[in-house]
Design a protein around this ligand. Structure first.
Ligand code: TYD
Ligand code: MG
Length: 463
């Protein structure tokens, strides 16, 4: 096949150059030229006369029939939850995640389930057909009807999709696929973008659901899936510590559903198993309460989840370290300052480490109160009482601000047998509500606080 002409275009200003240069000749930015397929002259000529084309009919929004998307459930409930109910016809889903986290495993399991009712195609560029078969045997998917293609040329893959017409097609991974129209290596930004664009066009034209697998690389030298996020309908990220068994799938973008919904899986001998009640898995098992540990309820999408926050405060050197795992480090520095100014807890010359147990990442500020209580608990060497939990945002003035959907969080804690909660005043149920819904909060004593020093006071009173 004759190579089409390519040009190098600048990602900053859009300027082009016939050959690669370190510096963009148009805007002077460094290292921004990326190979792209040259636009042929024909469409440009057409555009010039675009104004001479006939006007097209326009519809009023209210008159357009808004049929809901038909969903195709994958049979894995946790995956369906993040997808917003299942795959959508012609939808393009990108699944990103570190190597070895379980993307291929999950998708093979999902395709197998789907293949019981519809035709499916698994395109593998990383493993041979035999390796995929071996994995499927290990997963216990005997007699699977999933069709497998080991190919990395996007032109051949597209031709196969046209011929096979699967309902769902998985490309594992987009970094291994290349287009013959470009000279750059597979995995480069230009190749990844071009191949994804071609696959997306095919998905929209044929109604095939395409799932792209993308590796996230630490240094970003290879094109990470980030360059694709705007092209696809749904972006899912696979997270979790490869050392622990739990994996979270998070929706970052979803044109067909809610974002920030998560699916929880456990990696087992026989692949990934959905965890339908994940609330308690992020608590470590202490027989007796230990200093520096505080449980909080975080909200992931629509689900409340209990997570243990651990802190270790230890005397440091001349420049003490502040480290956080699963929590924002800048926020930790801020909370330490608030703790000092408003609650009189000084950690100036101490190393402070905080950790969200189980490899979860908590981005919401509702973790503040639990972080601060665990730090002061570690500093004093005094454990918080058994069955204790706290949540709430803490502001720079020392005020404790409400967290969204506080009642749901409290209900979840009560359900799991927690007995004492320190929460922002606005999140505590009103006396009248408590009377009518006493059952929801059974066994849970709720302390409403407005300021961080008040929260400290309550904790001291409990000990
Ligand atoms: P894999 O799906 O190959 O990861 P990715 O495609 O994201 O790179 O999963 C790899 C890990 O999962 C591997 O280290 C082995 C583990 N694994 C299990 O623990 N149980 C299983 O049944 C399978 C198939 C894999
Ligand atoms: Mg893989």
């Amino acid at each position: 096949m004759a190579k089409d002409k390519t040009v190098y275009s600048c990602t900053e200003c859009g300027g082009t150059s016939p050959k690669w240069l370190g510096k963009c000749p148009s805007c002077g930015a460094w290292n921004t030229l990326i190979e792209a397929v040259a636009e042929t002259a024909a469409p440009a000529a057409k555009n010039r006369f675009a104004s001479l084309a006939a006007a097209q009919p326009v519809t009023t929004l209210a008159d357009i029939d808004a049929a809901d998307f038909e969903r195709l459930p994958t049979g894995l409930d946790e995956l369906d939850r993040v997808l917003g109910g299942g795959m959508v016809e012609g939808g393009v889903v990108l699944i990103g995640g570190d190597p070895g986290i379980g993307k291929s495993t999950l998708l093979l399991q999902a395709l197998h389930q789907l293949s019981l009712t519809v035709p499916t195609l698994y395109v593998t560029g990383e493993e041979s057909g035999a390796q995929v078969a071996l994995r499927s045997r290990r997963l216990g998917l005997d007699g699977s009807q999933v069709r497998v293609l080991a190919e990395i040329s996007v032109e051949k893959i597209l031709a196969t999709i046209e011929a096979e017409r699967p309902t769902v097609c998985v490309i594992d991974s987009i970094q291994t696929v290349y287009s013959e129209q470009l000279t750059s290596a597979p995995g480069s930004v230009a190749q990844v973008r071009e191949c994804a664009a071609q696959l997306t066009r095919t998905a929209k034209a044929t109604g095939v659901t395409v799932v792209l697998v993308g590796h996230v690389t630490k240094e970003g030298a290879l094109a990470g899936p980030r360059v694709l996020e705007h092209m696809v309908d749904t972006v899912l990220y696979f997270e979790g510590d490869t050392h622990s068994n739990f994996r979270l799938i998070r929706a970052i973008k979803n044109r067909f559903g809610a974002v920030n919904e998560i699916g929880v899986f456990a990696m087992t001998e026989r692949g990934l198993k959905g965890v339908s009640n994940p609330s308690a898995i992020f608590l470590s098992q202490h027989a007796e309460p230990v200093p520096g540990s505080c449980v909080m309820v975080t909200l992931e999408g629509t689900r409340p989840m209990l997570v243990e926050i651990q802190a270790l405060v230890d005397s440091g050197g001349p420049s003490p370290r502040r480290l956080s795992v699963g929590l924002d480090r800048d926020r930790l520095a801020m909370l330490l300052a608030v703790l000092h100014r408003h609650a009189g807890v000084a950690c100036m010359d101490q190393d402070v480490f905080v950790n969200a147990v189980g490899g979860v990442r908590i981005s919401e500020p509702a973790a503040d109160l639990a972080v601060m209580l665990s730090i002061s608990s570690s500093l004093r060497g005094k454990a918080l009482p058994k069955g204790f939990l706290a949540f709430g945002e803490v502001g720079l003035a020392g005020e404790v601000r409400p967290a969204p959907r506080g009642q749901d969080r409290l209900k979840e804690a009560a359900k799991l047998g927690f007995s004492v909660a320190v929460v922002p005043k606005a999140n505590a149920p009103k006396a009248s509500h408590l009377k009518t819904h006493a059952k929801d909060f059974e066994g849970l004593t709720i302390h409403a606080v407005e300021r961080i020093e008040e929260a400290m006071e309550v904790v001291r009173g409990l000990a």
